[in-house]
Design a protein around this ligand. Structure first.
Ligand code: COA
Length: 325
């Protein structure tokens, strides 16, 4: 079994900025409410780019940083809740757009936990020798399934994509990855799809394909699972919290992160946060955060990071990254 490392990270967000002030012209809300309850000040909203468009830009960006060409990639694993189509997978649209014709392609549906689910999945392909270079992508255009009349959800989300190039390695890179799920809580957060409708069945009602959420339930879940997941990564890796340079959490809500920092008796600065600029970009939030951290020079070779995410399912995922460049 080989070790696995990240060779490059890239991201892409739409140009269009939507501020809290802009939102207050669409629904009954205001900057003060959104900022104090969530920490979000603005988000990026697609002006037509679909999930595969943003994903392809992020992928090319990651390949460029890794010094690889699209044809070097033999696997694309893309995590999304907002695919271009029910089938085929959004990963194949990315393959076509970037010209990665040597790659096997599939999508993962694990909501906001999706990027780490995908990282874990692609890592297994690399460890067994089935993949020599994989693209792991988290991409979502949540604006297309946002209910723009529901102030309790539409203020939270944004659009974006992030990608990582994964390769075999001599040194430890990505380790202690794990995924979890509790399907008993599937009704807490999700996006409906088409019901069964055929010559034998006429559904009583057809739900809109929109996000639904019990915010308080999600909040309770997120604040407990984030602590459990960090603890599990530390135990699995045999490390102490002081060995960790940064915790990179899914960027859902400032208050969830602040709660975790308080419970762990850590300074908030140990948790990287950029949700104020992008809102919750679901599967894209962690790779977008990593890309920004690298741009800002916050991560150096040898630094250890914990990635941790939670989302619809309910699902969760986490892992350790020892940075190798
Ligand atoms: N602007 C102004 N008022 C709003 C509002 C908005 N955007 N959204 C809700 N409100 C109102 C509610 O109608 C309610 O009013 P009422 O007391 O008159 O009924 C009041 O604010 C409080 O609503 P509540 O839902 O109790 O707020 P909250 O403190 O629980 O915060 C969330 C709501 C969504 C911010 C919070 O529950 C949360 O962050 N949950 C986690 C969501 C999440 O991260 N989801 C993705 C996970 S991957």
């Amino acid at each position: 079994m080989k070790e696995v490392k990240i060779l490059g990270i890239g991201s892409a967000v739409p140009q269009r900025v939507m501020t809290n002030e802009d939102l207050s012209k669409i629904v009954d809300t205001n900057d003060e409410w959104i900022t104090t309850r969530t920490g979000i000040r603005e988000r990026r909203i697609s002006e037509g780019e679909n999930t595969s468009d943003l994903a392809s830009k992020a992928a090319l960006n990651a390949l460029d940083k890794a010094g690889l060409k699209p044809e070097d990639i033999d696997l694309i694993v893309l995590a999304t809740s907002t695919p271009d189509a029910l089938t085929p997978a959004t990963a194949v649209f990315v393959q076509e757009k970037i010209g990665a014709f040597n790659a096997a392609c599939f999508d993962i549906s694990a909501a906001c936990s999706g990027f780490i689910y995908a990282l874990n999945t692609a890592s297994q392909f690399i460890k067994t020798g089935q993949s020599k270079a994989a693209l792991v992508i988290g991409a979502d255009v949540l604006s297309k399934i946002t209910d723009w009349t529901d102030r309790s959800t539409c203020v939270l989300f944004g659009d974006g994509a992030g990608a990582a190039v994964l390769v075999p390695s001599e040194e430890k890179g990505v380790t202690s990855l794990f995924n979890g799920a509790d399907g008993r809580k599937a009704g807490v957060l999700g996006i409906n799809c088409v019901p069964v409708k055929n010559p034998f069945v006429t559904p009583e009602k057809i739900d809109d394909i929109k996000i639904f959420m019990d915010g308080r339930e999600v909040f309770k879940f997120a604040t407990s699972i984030i602590l459990e997941a960090i603890d599990k990564v530390l135990k699995d890796s045999g490390l102490n919290i002081d060995d960790i340079k940064y915790i990179v959490p899914h960027q859902a809500n400032y208050r969830i992160i602040e709660y975790a920092a308080r419970k762990l008796k850590l300074p908030e600065e140990k948790f990287f946060m950029n949700l104020q600029k992008y809102g919750n970009t679901s599967a894209a939030s962690i790779p977008i955060a990593l890309d920004e951290m690298l741009d800002k020079g916050l991560i150096k070779k040898g630094d250890k990071l914990i990635l941790v995410a939670f989302g619809a399912g309910l699902t969760w995922s986490a892992g350790l990254v020892e940075w190798q460049y």
